[in-house]
Design a protein around this ligand. Sequence first.
Ligand code: SF4
Length: 369
Amino acid sequence: MTSVEKVKTLSEVASFDMENCASSTFLPLGHSKFPVYRASTPRGSCKLFKTLLTNKCRMDCRYCVNSKCALRRQPHKYEPGELARTFHFFYKKRMVEALFLSSSIEEPEQNMEEMLEEVRILREEMRFRGYIHLKVLPGSTRDQVHRAALYADRLSINIETISPSHLSELSSTKDMKNDILMRQAWIRGEARKRAGVSHTTQLIVGALGESDREVFGCAISEYAHMEVRRVYYSPFSPILGTPMEGDSPAGKWRGHRLYQLDCLYRDYNFSRDEIDLAFRNDFLPNEDPKVTIARSRLAKPQEINGLGKEELIRIPGVGPRTAEKIASHKKRITSMLQLHRLGVNLPKALPFIKIDGSYQERLTTFACA
Ligand code: SF4
C-alpha cells in the first residue's frame, strides 16, 4: 500500500507548477490530507491530482525546494506501477478526475521513462480516458517526447525565465537551448501532428529583477515560435531552505496583471503596439491593463452607438460576447440600463464612453441591482 506520507509530500511539492488551477481542496487520506485542484483544462473544469514521481533531484535550481542545494527533505519516489494504481484508486472513488504528472530529476532519461510507464499503464491497462498533463523532462529523448504525445492531452516543459543567461544564474545544471528549447521544438512538432495535444510552459516572474516587459516579450516569443497554447506566470516567492530564501518576492498581483495582459493579447487580439501601452517604465501598474491601455489610446470618450466589435472590445468593461451583442443590437442604445442588460461592466466602461451623445464619468444615477 502506498504510504500516506509519500502521496502527501509528492502532491504538495507539485503545487509549484501553475496548471490553470482556480482553487484547491484537501481530501482525507488516512490520518492526513492531500491537495486536489479545481483546474480548467481543454476538456473543461475537473478535479486534478498533481504529483511528482519523485522529489529526489540532482539539479541545482536555486529557487526550488527539491534542488540538491536546498535543505534536504525526506526523499520519496513511487515504485513502478504504484502511481498508476494510486491515481486509479482515487479516480474510482471519484476523488479525482485528471492527472498532472511531473518529476524531479535523478537521471532524466530514466525518470521520463518511468513517468511514461505510469501513463501507459493508466491508458492501456486501466483504460483511463480522462485528462493527463505530462511534463517533459530536460534530457528526455525525441522518442520519449513522441510516446508522451500518444498518452497525454497536454505536454509541457518550463522555460522558467527570459533568457539563457538568466537561466544560468538560476541553475548551473540546466541549459536553455539544449535542455529546454530543443524539447519545446519536439513538443511543437508532436502538437502539430495531433490535434488533441496541447503545449504549455511556465515562466517565473521577478526572480532576478527582470521587468514585466521582458517577461511578456518572452511569452510572446513562446506563442509565436513555440506555438504554446498557454504561458503560465509564477511570481517568484522565496522558499525557506533554498539559496534564494532571503531574496525579495515578486508581488502575486504581478502574475494576475500578466494574465490579464496575456488575455488581451491572445483572446482580444490586441496588437504589439497596443500591448506596449500597458507598461510604465517597463513594469505593469497594479491596475487592469485594459484600463491603462484605454487611457493612452482613447483621447476622448467614444460614442457607443455605431462602434464595431473590434472597437467595442477595446473598451474596459466590455468583453467579446458583450461586444458582439452591442454590435448586433438593432435599436439605438440610449441608457445605462440597456448597456447593463447587455452585460457591460458600467463602472469600468463609463469613463471611456458616451451613450447617445451624453457622457457620465461615474455611476451616480444608476443602480445595477
Ligand atoms: S530540475 Fe530544478 S526545478 Fe526541477 S525539481 Fe530539480 S531542482 Fe527543482
